[in-house]
Design a protein around this ligand. Sequence first.
Ligand code: LCS
Length: 405
Amino acid sequence: MYNPDSMGFSTNQIHAARPEPIGPAPLATPIYQTSTYIFESTQQGAARFALEEPGYIYTRLHNPNSDEVAARIACLEGGEAGMMTASGMGAITATLWTILRSGDHIVSDRTLYGCTYALFTEGLPRFGVEVTFVDFEDIDAVRAAVRPETKVVYCETATNPDLKVVDIAAVASAVHEANPGVLYMVDNTFTSPYLVRPLTLGADVVVHSATKYLNGHGDVIAGAIIGKKALIDRIIPCGLKYMTGCAAAPFDSFLIARGLKTLDIRMDRHCANAMKVARFLEGHPAVRRVCYPGLESHPQHALAARMYEHGGFGGVVSFELACGRERTAQFVNELKLCTLAVSLGDAITLIEHPASMTHNTYTVEELAKIGISESLLRLSVGLEDPDDLIADLRAGLDKIEEERA
Ligand code: LCS
């Protein structure tokens, strides 16, 4: 029993009235807002560090909130094990820095989230890793790009920002045939495991920006990695523990666990709203092109219909206006309900301009090569009444059309 009368002020300000851990069995997992965990003895601490005894050591490695949500996401993805990270970029780097060495090679889709592209063009080459960019619509080109020193093949399920859909099963069999040692890594942020489960289609590891649909409420930055237990057991002590240190915060993991409870109903609504908005945009004369896998006009609509589960095609719709960059910017500035911000997967509809924002890591020429113009906008359709979103978009589009007439 702690006796404050026998202790100094400094000791009491830390230890006095500290509650004994008790078990009231709360329904929601409490937030384990702690950096470290008490060992019963030096022997126990040594055994945990030696991985001879399971148990908590330090929150950079494990935390009950993060472990709980990681295991839940792994279950949803159909993976053996999972781990949380402080961001989606943390999930990507922790995985790659566990796998790669100088001299290794990556084959990547050429359309990627802008920071992933910068990691591949600016970051990894500084450490002697070479990246070959290929259009993943062309499976033969992907197969041909794989070399003996290729360690990782990388793509997004649906590309950010233009929603090209990758045939994950076809890529998986092609690249594993070309080199059985490659790790096929898929960023499943845009679809979430509710719509696509890359591991069940032959991918080896899935990464997420959990900042997006998994959390769903725009108040967290976090990432997740899901794959074979043997791989996660390598990434935690290497990619997480000493290469990046990008551990997820306990509170963020708590919020993602809360958000995950409604993933399916949120995704159903995101998909239904996005479909309605995409059909509206496709019918408006001020819109040159709409990128949405749910539209019959999308080049991979048939693939998406086969590969996506639960009858939805995601919540992001990108569209190109029939006007120049300046007028496109003005259109966005005049919207009332669609909110100008990067990120996606929020209850609030967000709109952004990829060429100057999320994808400004590509040069204008590189963007043109992958078919992204300065008039392309990316809309993350939220959970509002879709008719209100359409009215907001229609007001701006009608104005452009009047000017053109
Ligand atoms: N992967 C994809 C497909 C993403 O879209 C993002 C972020 C990341 C990884 C990185 O995740 P983070 O570190 O931000 O959690 N995408 C963003 C976007 O399109 N707008 O703002 C961030």
